[in-house]
Write a protein that binds this ligand. Structure first.
Ligand SMILES: [Zn+2]
Ligand SMILES: [Zn+2]
Length: 557
């Protein structure tokens, strides 16, 4: 039980230099070293339900092994903390911080922790003491001495205000929101490291986040945390972000054998991808800015000011596709951008990191951590909008085209290029509602032309009928000289002045082979009467003419 606990606490190989010891031997050594347990206590199997608790000479304050170990680990991460903070972090259900103070007292007796000051509101600040303290904490955390940083000696003398704000940030992440119904926390104090330094290219400058948070279990391989107590000018806070970008731009050689035959320039990978694998979102690892120690309005203005000043580092680049006619819409590429999320410590403590407290720079509103880490204005979102736009335009086009359906055959044109054709053949204009398709247009032109021709013909016929009616009637049948209306032989033109019979009678004579018609010659009396006044016989002139052409002596009859 104890062994298992120490294993979990210390990692699989807590004691590298003494690897020749067996696991149980290593455990015993560790417990001696770190927790100052007696040999008997280590050997004794713990009874069910019993929390290891033994008041003995080694730990006169009566603290438990587990708690001392946890306190060392927490101080190893936080560097400086109050008993109150340790209590909230390590035993949040406890009514008071008495147990923590007992553990700190015992650890102090062994020279592993020390206090050298008070916070502004008079809480003792505790830190690890000396090499022994760092090593003990390192064993608990499973970290080598080189990763343990310093002891923050003296930090408590000035109240350690910045460290306290960082601690409260860590506490909010671990514990979740304090408001009723607020989201819970994520991870433990061990998800954090503080005072980690990352050297920038060139080696002289460094990036030093206040906290490095790792929560791969929720898909956040790493989050850099900056805690700002409103003591720096916004420009100085903003200046941190280009430095992060510079840091994240650094690439290292990639030894992936799959890349072996590529140019060596292509065989590189961002170092942070190796350090914190599992990064899936566009852009570099994100940075969270937590501001505090000012009123809500001042803090809001501060976050805005920092966002404006650091835009170049987080904004990405704007892209559009001109042929999409998207009215200026586009998306952002974050290849070389540091995603920044921002909140106040007060909001964070109230609602927790999973509550809607984060403002993602470049986006509206406040979001939960995972929402905020999703980049705004992504290509995917743009593609969706563009698709919706195209669908809408297509629908509108189709509706418009339906209004242009051919008046005759009802065919709907496929596209706007369909045109109505004018009466002068090629003269064209955009097809309008009520127009016709080209085929129907041609048929219609044809129909109209035939109609015009038929009308003209009818007019001509009427004129001929009227003119023929004015002439003398048919000699034989006394009908119209033009013939019976609508009969097969009816004259469609005016009858000539020498016509004597209607076409039907002409045809009948031909059939009966009667020979040419010769009118009766004028009698003597008629000739005398004609000298006095014009005769009203319509055939008079023809009879006179026939009498000359066919003298009576020639006539058969
Ligand atoms: Zn048509
Ligand atoms: Zn006739």
């Amino acid at each position: 039980m104890i062994r298992h606990r120490v294993h979990t606490a210390a990692g699989p190989r807590p004691l590298g230099p003494v690897a020749h010891f067996t696991d149980p031997e290593q455990d015993v050594l560790l417990l001696h070293h770190v927790l100052e347990l007696s040999a008997a206590e280590v050997a004794e199997p713990s009874r069910p339900g019993r929390i290891a608790f033994r008041r003995g000479a080694a730990n006169p304050n009566g603290s438990t092994n587990v708690l001392r170990s946890d306190v060392l680990g927490a101080l190893g991460v936080l560097k400086v903390a109050t008993a109150d903070q340790l209590q909230r972090l390590l035993c949040p259900g406890a009514a008071s911080n008495k147990a923590i103070r007992q553990a700190l007292g015992d650890l102090a007796l062994h020279g592993l922790v020390a206090s050298d000051g008070n916070t502004k509101d008079r809480h003792k600040t505790w830190r690890l003491e000396g090499m022994a303290g760092l090593e003990a904490a390192g064993h608990v955390l499973g970290l080598p001495r080189s990763d343990m940083g310093g002891t923050a000696r003296g930090a408590g003398r000035s109240g350690a205000q910045h460290a306290m704000a960082v601690n409260e940030t860590v506490l909010a992440f671990v514990l979740g929101g304090s408001a009723p119904g607020a989201a819970g926390g994520v991870g433990t104090v061990r998800s954090w490291s503080t005072e980690t330094e990352f050297p920038l290219p060139g080696g002289r400058r460094k990036v030093r986040p206040d906290g490095v948070w790792q929560a791969p279990e929720i898909g956040v391989p790493v989050l850099m945390v900056e805690v700002d107590r409103s003591t720096m000018a916004p420009a100085d806070v903003a200046a941190k972000f280009p430095r992060y970008r510079e840091l994240f731009r650094t690439k290292v050689r990639d030894n992936d054998p799959a890349l072996a035959d590529q140019e060596s320039a292509d065989r590189t990978v961002h170092w942070w991808r190796r350090t914190w694998p599992g990064h899936t979102r566009p852009g570099y690892p994100p940075v969270a800015l937590v501001v505090t120690d000012a009123g809500p309005v001042a803090l809001a203005n501060r976050q805005q000011a920092v966002a404006n000043l650091a835009r170049d580092a987080w904004g990405g680049s704007w892209w559009t596709i001109r042929t999409h006619n998207a009215d200026g819409d586009g998306w952002r590429e974050y290849d070389d951008a540091v995603p920044v999320i921002s909140t106040t410590l007060e909001l964070l403590a109230e609602h927790g990191p999973l509550g809607p407290v984060w403002w993602r720079y470049g986006r509206q509103g406040r979001h939960s951590l995972l929402d905020a880490l999703e980049g705004p204005d992504t290509r995917e979102a743009y593609d969706e909008r563009q698709e919706a736009r195209e669908e809408k335009a297509d629908q509108e086009h189709q509706e418009w085209m339906r209004t242009l359906a051919c008046a005759d055959c009802g065919s709907v044109p496929l596209n706007q290029s369909t045109e109505e054709y004018g009466s002068k053949g090629r003269q064209i204009w955009t097809r309008r509602p009520g127009g016709r398709c080209w085929d129907c247009h041609e048929k219609e032109q044809q129909r109209r032309q035939e109609e015009r021709q038929a009308k003209a013909q009818a007019r001509r016929l009427e004129a001929a009928r009227a003119a023929n009616a004015q002439l003398r009637p048919c000699w034989t049948c006394w009908g119209s000289i033009g013939g019976k209306a609508d009969s097969e032989l009816e004259l469609t033109g005016k009858a000539g002045p020498d016509r004597l019979e209607c076409p039907q009678c002409v045809s009948d004579q031909e059939v009966q082979e009667l020979g040419p018609l010769v009118l009766p010659a004028p009698t003597k009396r008629e000739q005398v009467a004609a000298l006095l006044s014009a005769p009203d016989d319509p055939w008079w002139d023809v009879r006179v003419l026939h009498a000359k052409l066919h003298p009576v002596k020639d006539r058969a009859a």
